[in-house]
Design a protein around this ligand. Sequence first.
Ligand code: BGC
Length: 325
Amino acid sequence: MTMKGLYVGIDLGGTKIAGALVDRDGSILRRIRLETRVEQGPQAVIDRLVESIDQLMDGVRSTVKGVGVASPGPLDSRSGVVFSPPNLPGWVNVPLRQALEDRLGIPVKLENDANAAAWGEYRFGAGQRKGTMIYLTVSTGVGSGLVLDGRLFRGENTFAGEIGHTIVDPEGPPCGCGRQGCLEALASGTAIAKLGQTADPSSSIHSLAAEDGGVVRAEHVFQAYRMGDAHAENIIRQTVRYLAIGLSNLIHIFNPGKIVVGGGVSRAGDVLFPLLQEQLDRYLMAPFRETCEVVPAALGEDAGVLGAAALWTDCGQQVVAGEPA
Ligand code: BGC
């Protein structure tokens, strides 16, 4: 194992805590994965984070230069405080960076999970060779990371990119953030599962779920779609339509060369991508249609950890508004 500087990347954005020990070229030397158990509250999650990071650093602690942590937002990456993420119930203004630094004695950087994954894909995955790229994650939540002209864009207070909480239907369902009609409330994995649960009893969504633990998940809706189930088709078409509305708004504003789509729902890419392309063709103005490619993420669940670790190695390339380049 190289004894040059090493970094730890952690991603709290998925259903599990994902962590990796990484070198400065983005090679993963060790991995760890464990249940997040968000329902136990922030302190228990912090304990598990410390435990994972300690395990990753075992025997090489003195060569670890820094830890990057990707967490669902909204959060302030400068102060290291996580506000009240819709998908981290019970978290209110948690000083995550400070808490980890105090326990680990190693410097920590905090980043929004979608931003970290965007940077991971931009540096090492599907977003390479494009100056302006948008990463979209569709999983429990919906989020995006904006790489604009080669720099991760965070905005004035580091909150930028919250596409999941842009309103795409003012009369839409309530969102975990407390408002209504957000893209996340209409098109996340959680939203697809909810629609599946209330689908007509004759839908094969229910029989698929019954054979697989009993609780309807987004993947059952996709499976039913593949079997030609009309109820599943309505749900998926409606979901993708909202995703295309959200994305087309970003595309018109930022003119990305690529949209990289990741997150759990993107695993149903065979269904998702053709429909998304069809809907984007409908919502985009001609020049944007021809200049923006929509591709699946290349790094899967590694995008977040690689991007979080690279926060340490890429500081020079990454300019935060308000900080010197
Ligand atoms: C949060 C985002 C996050 C996304 C995916 C959303 O609910 O507001 O910050 O990137 O979920 O985890």
